[in-house]
Design a binder for this molecule. Structure first.
Ligand SMILES: NC(=O)c1ccc[n+]([C@@H]2O[C@H](COP(=O)([O-])OP(=O)(O)OC[C@H]3O[C@@H](n4cnc5c(N)ncnc54)[C@H](O)[C@@H]3O)[C@@H](O)[C@H]2O)c1
Length: 250
């Protein structure tokens, strides 16, 4: 029996933890060779080791999505190591402090935008030409429910996640006729290390915002991401897909 992603090479950023790690596991489990890219060197090493122990193909890569040259090298590493770049998940992201816009720390704004927005652009900038040259490829950009909703206290995060949706649509329009699909995923609040920084009252409040009465899991986000990357989603192009327990349905 052939696996869905057999023979495909994937680059997943932020793959040492949370959603990125679940995506890397899901892709490797279905036969993809995965570059586990993260600026956490130990985490990337551990994650890639875990995927290989489970019978998958994986290589750790230390990279920083805020550095365009590091992103260029990550794309090059993928094609040098596995011979192609077929799947990309531009997922690395950070939270930032919780402060109203009128008090938001300028350095924090710069850091969140550099990672969550410019990081995704740098990835697209280097992934798209390689995929277009090959005539095929599929990309998922990790946005959030905050790609369409505001959230008090998170101006930089919300601005970046909204921008990812626009960037996704634009790249999809530009590359649709070159065999490359680009889509965005909008998870609700997901139980990952990013969220574990929040205190218990905040966590309870976040849970209460989801009509399903719980946070999502990284595996639930990985499942939608894998679908969008697969040939089963061959006509899904330039769109933004929620996985949010009805958070946005209100
Ligand atoms: N957890 C949630 O509730 C939630 C909801 C919606 C969207 N998201 C998005 O999903 C993505 C993953 O979030 P998560 O919850 O799994 O977080 P996480 O903190 O568990 O994982 C993020 C990973 O990204 C890496 N990373 C951060 N900055 C980097 C950089 N500059 N270069 C390379 N790697 C970097 C970190 O080392 C970490 O391994 C983010 O884009 C986040 O905004 C998360």
């Amino acid at each position: 029996m052939s696996l869905e992603f057999e023979g495909k090479a994937a680059l997943v950023t932020g793959a040492a933890s949370g959603i990125g790690l679940a995506v890397a596991r899901r892709l490797a489990h279905s036969g993809a060779a995965v570059v586990v890219a993260d600026y956490d060197a130990d985490g990337a090493q551990l994650a890639a080791g875990e995927l290989e122990t489970a019978g998958g193909r994986a290589e750790p890569l230390v990279m920083d999505v805020t550095d365009p040259d590091s992103v260029r090298q990550a794309v090059r590493f993928t094609t040098d190591t596995y011979g192609s770049l077929d799947l990309a998940v531009n997922n690395a992201g950070v939270g930032g402090p919780s402060l109203p816009t009128g008090e938001y720390d300028i350095a924090a704004w710069d850091r969140v935008i550099a990672t969550n927005l410019s990081g995704v652009f740098y990835c697209l900038r280097h992934e798209l030409p390689v995929m277009a040259q090959a005539g095929s490829g599929a990309i998922v950009n990790m946005s959030s429910i905050l790609g369409t909703n505001g959230f008090a206290g998170a101006p930089a995060y919300v601005a970046a996640k909204h921008a990812i949706v626009g960037l996704t649509k634009t790249a999809a329009l530009e590359y649709a006729d070159k065999g490359v699909r680009v889509n965005a995923v909008g998870p609700g609040f997901i139980d990952t290390p990013l969220l574990r920084e929040t205190d218990n009252p905040m966590r309870d409040r976040l849970i209460s915002l989801h009509p399903q009465g719980r946070l999502g899991t990284s595996e639930e986000v990985a499942e939608l991401t894998a679908f969008l990357l697969s040939d089963r989603a061959s006509f899904v192009q330039g769109s933004y897909h929620l996985v949010d327990g009805a958070y946005s349905a209100r």
